[in-house]
Design a protein around this ligand. Structure first.
Ligand SMILES: *Cc1c(COP(=O)(O)O)cnc(C)c1O
Length: 489
């Protein structure tokens, strides 16, 4: 085993894959990245005949070398089973001349399920491997989808607890309902006055608070993360890029080795970063299309080299992308600086103190793997409408952002795979409004007729579900909330 993980802010901080999963965030505030890019020779013709689970085992083994094949297979089999309502796990659907990779067939109807249905199993194995007997407390900020998806994965998992903070006015009504009705003795949820960035910043502060950390240790507890800062989230996401490509080969749409583009609706930069790693291990990707909504801080960054979070925050119809501080960009910066931890730390310090930073011309030239643009609210709605009219296919607002930006990309010669990150049923009002004009209940019923796909069970259950979480606090009260719910003395 030669692949380890090191912090983006301290090259001396090196841990094994399983330790990186247990810790989530490095103690120096940095994010763990692999010490090397695994060498592999992907045989796409061969992979075209393999299942999602088989491809997952191959890809995850490359990045998690201290897990055995047996352990990975066990985790994969537990994660990717009947919880997904499609045997393919992430089916690839052709609509017009574009391809949609449907990542929303899991229990909470968003792409976060792909990684979060396996993360608890990986964490359990990682704890055994490291003889860790402490209770693992998952601390998570959510822009809407991570919270529910993570709770679904960790609910009633022995020796774990999960605390979720969500922006009170920043999630869709269905997302909120999914969270406040969450079952499981070990789940805790609080609404935060403020937006996702406030919640995420505070969670990182709590992780790095030495006093809190030692109190946790005294109580035989330790924090970890279910956000995409955890490499245990990123690695399972690399799999579906490879899977999508092999299905294109299988159906004869491309020859093995031909390049394709992927368009990714982006918020915290986790999903698209997994695509970046897929490219690094040899997947023939020409461009990763970084699609933002009105909160277009990433578009500006890719176009100018300036990252500036000092700007208005918009609540949009794609709330899971309403983010101004994209955590995983730190990992990309690390590569742009040629793995310079001092420079990466400096840029992150600038972001913390001033709210902005500027990369050098040399670093900017490393951005050619990406194309970035954004979709306004109007364009997003128009795109939902168009795709329905032309392709008879219903997409959610996040997926619409990725479609709109893919259409803005001028080099359209190559096949483009659009990552479809949420079921339209999670945002029925926005979707139906884009097609016609209706209220929420009527929207769900109407949507069923339009989509010709029946209402998912996960949505039906919500109708009569009991509210279990009513806590509402400010970001400043988050520390106290954690101490109180965990009974820290
Ligand atoms: C989280 C989320 C995104 C953004 O993914 P990132 O990894 O944060 O960039 C896009 N769409 C949906 C539906 C999501 O839940």
């Amino acid at each position: 085993m030669t692949l380890f993980y090191k912090s983006t802010r301290d090259s001396e901080n090196i841990v094994s894959a399983s330790q990186a999963i247990l810790q989530g965030l490095a103690v120096d505030g940095g994010l763990y990245v692999p010490t090397e890019i695994p060498e592999t020779d992907l045989d796409f013709k061969h992979l075209a005949n393999q299942s999602y689970q088989e491809i997952a085992a191959l890809i995850m083994q490359l990045f998690l070398p201290d897990f055995t094949q047996e352990e990975l297979h066990e985790c994969i089999d537990k994660a990717y089973d009947q919880k997904f309502d499609d045997q393919e796990i992430t089916p690839l659907v052709k609509v017009g001349d574009q391809y949609y990779l449907e990542l929303f067939h899991g229990p909470t109807l968003a792409f976060k399920d792909i990684a979060l249905s396996i993360l608890p199993h990986l964490m359990k194995k990682a704890a055994q491997k490291n003889n860790m007997d402490k209770e693992i407390v998952i601390l998570t900020a959510t822009s809407g989808d991570t919270g529910k998806s993570a709770m679904e994965g960790f609910a009633d998992v022995k020796n774990t607890r999960i605390i979720v903070f969500y922006p009170e006015n920043g999630v869709s009504p269905i997302q909120k309902k999914q969270m406040i009705t969450q079952k499981g003795e070990n789940t805790f949820v609080a609404a935060i006055e403020g937006n996702f960035d406030d919640a995420q910043r505070k969670v990182k502060e709590l992780f790095n608070d030495e006093n809190l950390r030692s109190k946790m240790a005294e109580n035989n507890k330790v924090f970890s993360s279910a956000n995409s800062i955890n490499i245990g989230r990123l690695v399972p996401q690399i799999v579906y890029y490879v899977y999508a490509y092999t299905r294109l080969v299988k159906s004869g749409k491309i020859e093995s080795g031909e390049e394709v583009n992927f368009s990714v609706p982006t918020g915290n930069f986790g999903d698209i970063l997994a695509g970046f790693y897929a490219k690094k291990i040899g997947l023939p990707i020409r461009r990763l299309i970084c699609a933002s909504n009105q909160n277009n801080v990433l578009t500006d960054f890719f176009q100018t080299g300036n990252y500036d979070r000092n700007r208005p925050f918009y609540v949009t119809s794609s709330p899971s992308m309403d983010i101004l501080v994209s955590s995983n960009l730190e990992r990309l910066l690390f590569y742009l600086t040629k793995e310079d931890t001092v420079q990466t730390k400096q840029l992150m310090d600038d972001l913390n103190k001033k709210g902005n930073y500027k990369i050098t011309a040399g670093m900017k030239s490393g951005l050619s793997d990406f194309f970035a643009d954004f979709a306004s609210e109007k364009e997003t709605a128009q795109t939902i409408h168009e795709v329905y009219e032309k392709g008879n296919y219903v997409i959610d607002p996040h997926t619409a952002v990725a479609t709109c930006v893919a259409n803005k990309y001028e080099e359209k010669m190559l096949p483009t795979v659009i990552l479809s990150t949420a079921s339209p049923y999670k945002f029925p009002q926005a979707v139906l409004q884009a097609i016609s004009k209706e209220g929420e209940k009527a929207a769900i019923n109407k949507l069923e007729t339009f989509a010709e796909v029946s209402v998912p069970a996960a949505i039906k259950e919500l109708e009569n579900a009991e509210t279990k979480h009513n806590d509402k606090i400010t970001a400043e009260e988050m520390m106290h909330y954690v101490e109180k719910e965990l009974n820290l003395k």
